[in-house]
Write a protein that binds this ligand. Sequence first.
Ligand SMILES: Cc1ncc(COP(=O)(O)O)c(C=O)c1O
Length: 454
Amino acid sequence: MNLQSLSSRPAASTICNHRRKLTDLFSIKSPVGFSSAAMPLLLSSLNIHSQPRNLMVSRQIASGGGGDLVPKLLDRKWTLQKPESEVHRVHLSPSPRLFLRRLNASNPLLGAGNHTIHPSFYVVRDDLLHPTANGNKARKLDALIPLLLDNFVTDVITCGGCQSSHTAAVAVLCAERGMRSHLLLRGEQPQILTGYNLISTMYGHVSYVPRSVYADREAMLKGHADLLAGSHGHVLWCSDIAKASFADESKARWNNVGVGSEEDCARKVLIINEGAGDGVALIGLIRLVEYLSQDHVFGMEKPIRLVVDCGTGTTAIGLALGALCLRLPWKVTAIMLADTIDRYREKEKQLMSEFSSQYGYKLDIGDDGGLVHWVQRHCPRKFGNILEGEMEKCQQIARQTGILVDPVYTLAAWEMAAQLSMEGEELVVMVHTGGTLGSFGLAQRYKSHFSSLK
Ligand SMILES: Cc1ncc(COP(=O)(O)O)c(C=O)c1O
């Protein structure tokens, strides 16, 4: 398994702090540029952050022979001002009850020596990235949202379950930038709106879709987008603009499909796949890995086991791709939610091939295993279900460490990280994928698990 286009690995250098300072200095906060009649009211706060071209030279990747993939990919405007996340360290003490304690680890490797006292693992606190659009949602949309603005998109369509954190994140991030979002949610409207459902409803335009219609997502999204666009509007998929942006065809994209520009009054509707499971989502995860591999965080030398929970698997695939592109001795263990391993491997192949074709790099991941180590949950279940005792475990973790996990996604990653850290072979790093508001939706649906909490 290798990235054919990469050259040999360069030596680490010390320019990262300097680069960050310069990057802060040059971050661009530009005003919204819409003048379309289809967008009469919606202008609001906009933070799109761009790193100046000549400062964005990654210390990790030497140029030559295609080795400029990462610097080129990361030389773009971003949704998140900075790639940073807080990193905390959790210590485990032996039974009878696990005692967990959280320490801030502003420079994780400085404290790496005392692993022998207690097993421990690190938590990358992506759950703190944004109050409502946090975790892997913010990462997956990090590269995409600025592309929407560059392309004068007026309306975004996407879909998800009734409590989808993805649709909520799209709604929030679009509304913050004056774009309308249309969210197709599977099933029926709940009696009381709460959690991510409430956020989607507050920031976006929600429609509930019968499960039978939702089953063919592509047709559903396209049909709805065509209706919105009307006879004068235009519809594109994420992959259309992602590829063109990399080829530096920014102004040509809508023109390619017969559309004008910023001044054009017609609606420009963009479709984002369920869970942002698109090639462009991977770039935000590569940016995170690049940040984590800096000298003052985990560095590039130590073998690291990244642990992450997954739904579509996009986040895990992006992290693994980042490690591959940066030639890090890191592996990714992904805890499957409710699908089969074959489906996750299929998703991995599909996303890798989309990435290769969008960004023109040939990735050879072989026919067998792929990049990600997919593992079953310790207690497999139907999607969205809570098992007996899981809420109590989440409560215990919150009380002992100050870190909130949820029973559907992040508890599984937490338990896997704890287990691997007790085996003690590698540095274990859990990426906290967020989902803070998920528990509110669960409380509405699985009342008994919540009423027993003391
Ligand atoms: C907290 C959390 N973790 C993980 C996921 C799944 O991420 P992915 O689809 O990238 O595997 C979700 C999706 O909604 C989520 O809310």
